[in-house]
Design a protein around this ligand. Structure first.
Ligand code: G6P
Ligand code: MN
Length: 441
C-alpha cells in the first residue's frame, strides 16, 4: 500500500515549495495520496484546486484532495507535514508593530513577537497532536510551525512519546551558503552545530578529508576579505531582508569569532541595529502579505479561472527539499544526518537534560538519534540558559493561563530591557490577541 501524506496548514504560502518536491519525488516516497487540510476554507480550496490540476496535468498519479475536516484528513495518514499560523500574517504584522513602536524587535520567532505567536500556536498544535494520537497514531509528524523553539518545548513536554520531529530550514540554508563559499557539495561536508532553534552556533565544518574549514572562514571574515555570504536559497536571494540578514550574520561572526552564528542571533546580540532598519508602518508581515501571499493566491485564482495549469509551475523550495529528505530518511531508514530539535538527553553534557535543543541527529525509521556535542562554553551556555528559561515559562503560561507566569517569561527574554516596557508590551499584545491567546488570569 502507498503512503498518505497530509499537509496541515495546507493553505499556507509555504505549501507550494513543498508540493513541488512531493510531486517530483512521489515514487521514491511511495506517495499515492495527498491531502491539503486547513481551517481556512478559501485558502485551502485555492491551493487545493490548483494542486489537483497541476499534479494531474503534469502526469502525476498521486490522488490529491483538500478539506477543512481534520478527522477526514487524518484517516489512514502516514506522514503529516505541519505548518500552521493562527491569525495569519495579519496577526504577525500587528505583533511586529506593537513591539517596534515600543522600541523592541518585532520578529515573529524571536523576542516578544515570538512570545505572542507561541501563545497563539501552542494550544492549536497540541489539539492537532491529540487528534493525531486518536486517529492515526502511527503517523509521523514533521513540524515546521513557528516559533519552533518554544513550540517544540511544548510538544515534547506534553507528548514525550509522540512521533514528531521539529525542524527548521535555516541551518541547511546557511550550510548551503558555507558549502558554496568553499565550492563544495553540501553533501560532502559534515557540520557540527549546537543550540536551540533560531539560537545556535556552528563549531566545525569538516570536509571530505577530515579538515575543518571553519578556521579559514573565520580568517576570511576577521581579516575583512568577505563581509557577507551569498545565499544558496534561490527564493530569498533577491529579498532585501535576507541580503541584510546574511551580511549581519557575518558581522556577528566577526565580533564573536569563536563559533559561526545562526543568523537569528542578530535579534538578541544586536537588537539596536535591527531596530534601526525597522519601519513600524511596513513590517515583514506586511511585506509577506503584499508579496508572497498575493502572488500565490492570485496565481491559483488565475489557473482555476483558466481551467488549466499548463502555463503555471511551482518552484521546489529549500524547505520543501529538507522536509522531504527527512521523510525519505524515515521511510527508507537511511540514518542520514539532519539538524533537528529534540530533547537534549545528555547530548550537550553541561546543559539541562530535559530541555529541547537543536543539534545534528541521525534520522531513520525509528526517528532521530542525536549526536553527542559534549560541553559548551560559558558565553553560549549563559545565553541559552536564559533563553531556555524564557521558552519554558512561555510554555507554562500558554498551558496554565497564568498572567504572572507570562510576565516572568517576558522578563526572561533578552530583548526586554525592563519591567515597565515588558509589562506594557505584554498587555498590548494580549489585548490585540484576545481571540487567539489562552485567557490569562
Ligand atoms: C526561515 C526560517 C523560518 C521562517 C522563514 C520566514 O526559513 O527558518 O522559520 O518562517 O524564514 O520567512 P518569511 O518570508 O515569512 O519572513
Ligand atoms: Mn526556522
Amino acid at each position: 500500500m502507498g503512503n498518505k501524506f497530509v499537509m496541515i496548514g495546507g493553505g499556507s504560502t509555504q505549501s507550494p515549495g513543498i508540493l513541488e518536491v512531493l510531486r517530483k519525488r512521489a515514487s521514491e516516497l511511495n506517495l499515492t495520496e495527498l491531502v491539503l487540510y486547513d481551517i481556512d476554507g478559501e485558502r485551502v480550496s485555492l491551493l487545493g484546486k490548483y494542486t489537483e490540476m497541476y499534479y494531474e496535468e503534469t502526469g502525476s498519479s498521486v490522488k490529491v484532495s483538500y478539506t477543512t475536516d481534520i478527522d477526514e484528513a487524518l484517516q489512514g495518514a502516514d506522514f503529516l507535514f505541519m505548518q500552521i499560523r493562527p491569525g495569519l500574517n495579519k496577526q504577525r504584522g500587528i505583533d511586529e508593530k506593537i513591539c517596534i513602536r515600543n522600541g523592541l524587535v518585532g520578529q515573529e520567532t524571536c523576542g516578544l513577537g515570538g512570545f505572542s505567536f507561541a501563545m497563539r500556536v501552542i494550544p492549536a498544535v497540541l489539539e492537532i497532536i491529540k487528534k493525531v494520537k486518536e486517529i492515526c497514531p502511527n503517523a509521523w509528524i514533521l513540524n515546521y510551525t513557528n516559533p519552533e523553539a518554544v513550540l517544540s518545548e511544548a510538544i515534547y513536554r506534553e507528548f514525550p512519546e509522540a512521533k514528531v520531529l521539529c525542524i527548521c530550514d535555516m541551518p541547511i540554508s546557511i550550510e548551503g551558503a558555507i558549502a558554496d563559499y568553499f565550492n563544495k557539495d553540501l553533501r560532502d561536508l559534515t557540520f557540527k552545530y549546537f543550540g536551540m532553534n533560531h539560537f545556535g552556533w556552528w563549531t566545525n565544518v569538516i570536509d571530505e578529508q577530515g579538515h575543518d574549514l571553519l578556521p579559514q572562514l573565520r580568517e576570511d571574515v576577521v581579516s575583512g576579505k568577505i563581509d557577507t555570504l551569498l545565499q544558496s536559497n534561490e527564493e530569498t536571494k533577491e529579498d532585501q531582508y535576507w541580503i541584510d540578514t546574511y551580511r549581519q550574520m557575518i558581522r556577528l561572526f566577526k565580533r564573536f569569532p569563536e563559533y559561526f552564528p545562526n543568523c537569528y542571533l542578530q535579534y538578541y546580540l544586536t537588537p539596536d541595529e535591527m531596530l534601526a532598519h525597522d519601519d513600524p508602518n511596513f513590517t515583514r508581515g506586511d511585506y509577506v502579505m503584499q508579496g508572497r501571499e498575493k502572488r500565490i493566491y492570485d496565481e491559483c485564482r488565475r489557473v482555476i479561472q483558466a481551467g488549466t495549469a499548463k502555463d503555471s509551475s511551482l518552484h521546489a523550495g529549500v524547505h520543501g527539499n529538507y522536509i522531504v529528505d527527512i521523510a525519505y530518511a524515515i521511510i527508507h531508514n537511511t540514518r542520514e544526518r539532519f539538524t533537528v530539535n529534540m530533547k537534549n538527553n545528555g547530548a550537550i553534557s553541561n546543559f539541562d537534560s530535559e530541555a529541547v535543543i537543536e543539534v545534528p541527529a541521525y534520522v531513520g525509521s525509528m526517528g532521530a538519534e542525536t549526536i553527542n556535542v559534549g560541553t559548551i562554553p560559558t558565553f553560549q551556555k549563559g545565553l541559552m540558559e536564559m533563553q531556555k528559561a524564557y521558552e519554558k515559562m512561555t510554555v507554562d503560561a500558554a498551558l496554565t493561563g497564568s498572567y504572572q507566569t507570562a510576565l516572568e517569561a517576558v522578563m526572561l527574554n533578552k530583548t526586554v530591557p525592563n519591567y515597565s516596557i515588558g509589562k506594557k508590551v505584554l498587555d498590548e499584545l494580549y489585548e490585540a490577541n484576545k481571540e487567539y491567546w489562552p485567557l490569562l488570569k
